[in-house]
Design a binder for this molecule. Structure first.
Ligand SMILES: [Mg+2]
Ligand SMILES: [Zn+2]
Length: 223
């Protein structure tokens, strides 16, 4: 069974520059719960892998993070989505742990603890560190343009050691995956062509922000 690894902030819920510190600060992105339900119905295993340096910084305890995840899972279950497990890295940038993305530790744990076949898996994230963690674990990676995705693509795309796919947001990615437009690297779809063309025209910030708005917009649910 194919496994879909999901980053959390910027993919399932809104990023906050000051971290999500409570359930009250947790805001689902439009369509993300339904996208997860769609993947569940189509038979995919879904596992979340998220960096939560908010714990290392002492802003919140791991109990609070656990509570946020319990509520997140319950809310997604209400629409029919199943999150099998949430892995999070509680460490800070300087701790040199094995789990903080771009390192692949959380994916390797899923392989060892849950029997995930990493050759039959995808990683969906809004940061190049997500893409890189997937690549490091031998998992195909998809960058979404919700959350930090547009800025990440513009400023960090070259840090990925191997090619990756680009999708608008989790809704778009789920639709592509379920329709069987699987994610082999090679060739570019229209969105990817636009993104790479944008790199050459950095004088047009409007184009970039419009793409970001598109990725975050409710109408995208219909894509
Ligand atoms: Mg993220
Ligand atoms: Zn860690």
């Amino acid at each position: 069974m194919t496994t879909i690894f999901l980053d959390r902030d910027g993919v399932i819920n809104e990023n906050r520059s000051d971290y999500v510190k409570s359930w009250q600060e947790f805001r689902f992105l439009t369509g993300s719960r339904e996208a997860i339900a769609k993947l569940t119905r189509a038979g995919y295993r879904i596992i979340v892998c998220t960096n939560q340096a908010v714990i290392a910084r002492g802003y919140i305890a791991s109990d609070t993070v656990d509570d946020i995840h319990r509520r997140m899972i319950a809310s997604i279950a209400e629409v029919g989505g199943v999150i099998e497990h949430v892995y999070y890295c509680p460490h800070g940038k300087d701790e040199q742990c094995a789990c903080r993305k771009p390192r692949p530790g959380m994916l390797l744990r899923a392989r060892d603890e849950l029997g995930v076949d990493l050759h039959d898996a995808l990683f969906i994230g809004d940061s190049i560190t997500d893409v890189r963690a997937g690549i490091a674990a031998g998992v195909r990676s998809i960058l979404v343009l919700s959350g930090l995705g547009v800025d990440q693509f513009r400023n960090h795309y070259h840090e990925a050691e191997e090619p990756f796919r680009i999708m608008l947001n989790l809704e778009h990615a789920a639709n592509c995956i379920v329709r069987g437009l699987r994610t082999q690297v090679g060739g570019q779809n229209t969105l990817e062509s636009v993104c790479y063309a944008m790199l050459a025209t950095t004088k047009q910030p409007d184009l970039l922000s419009r793409l970001h708005e598109w990725a975050m917009s409710p109408e995208v649910s219909q894509v």
